[in-house]
Design a protein around this ligand. Structure first.
Ligand code: ZN
Length: 243
């Protein structure tokens, strides 16, 4: 499946004002490009990492302004880990991010349906798969595979969803948990596009991009590990955007 049809010439260009240019009440999410949405996320994460968050769109006026409709500029499909709160690590507020979280960012039909809703109905131009180092779900799957034991209850569904990523890692001789996490993030990006023709069509049409990021629990920064189209893999950090 080919998903490289979009020109990303606008990536990293221009001055961005995250407080007024994106997520503004009444501004459709479709008016925002995938590259601009990605740059906004990187800008917010940079503020979070550097200890200078602005906490945009969290006041009472904005709460009232977005009550009649939402135009989130990014979908976050993240791990449920309690240290991975999307609005905090990307320094955003109400109406900005459409967030779906499961342990190990595993994707079943309900997750894909939620993503498709955001992309096709709300016009959200960017989907981010957000994993992190030391992920417990990936560690649990690796432990289960190593011992041949099966997790109890519905936890097995989480582990089973991670197993294909473990196989991919084994094929490449990768054993470190954080390197396996990177592979699992990339596999999740692939799986979403394979299982959601609706999402794949939006990407092919250039209206949306899917980017996989790995978050570091201690440092607080994100690193891009996969992207479709591939041009979105370049980290549009504020420093690079200004260069
Ligand atoms: Zn996790």
């Amino acid at each position: 499946m080919e998903h490289s049809s979009m020109s990303m010439a606008q990536a990293g260009s221009g001055q961005l004002d995250p407080l007024s240019s994106v997520g503004r009440p009444g501004e459709p999410g479709a008016a925002c490009t995938p590259a601009r949405a990605l740059a906004e996320l990187h800008a917010g994460n940079h503020r979070f990492v550097s200890g200078t968050p602005r906490h945009p769109n969290q006041d009472a006026d904005h709460r009232a302004a977005v009550a009649d409709g939402q135009h989130p500029f990014a979908v976050i499909v993240g791990c449920s880990d309690s240290r991975l709160a999307a609005e905090i690590i990307f320094d955003r507020g109400l109406g900005d991010l459409f967030v779906v979280r499961t342990a190990g960012h595993t994707v079943g039909p309900e997750v894909l349906g939620s993503v498709e809703y955001a992309v096709t109905v709300l016009g959200t131009p960017l989907v981010v798969v957000l994993g992190h180092d030391s992920c417990g779900a990936v560690q649990a799957a690796k432990a289960a595979a190593g011992t041949g034991s099966e997790p109890a209850g519905n936890l097995r569904a989480v582990v089973d969803a991670v197993v294909p990523s473990l196989h991919r890692a084994a094929e490449r001789g990768v054993e470190g948990i954080d390197e396996i996490v990177d592979i699992h993030i990339a596999c999740t990006v692939e799986a979403m596009l394979d299982r959601s023709p609706v999402l794949a069509a939006e990407v092919d049409a250039g209206r949306c991009a899917v980017v996989g990021m790995s978050y570091r629990l201690s440092a607080g920064g994100v690193r891009t590990v996969a992207a479709v189209p591939a041009a979105m893999a370049a980290d549009a950090t504020p420093a690079r955007a200004a260069a």
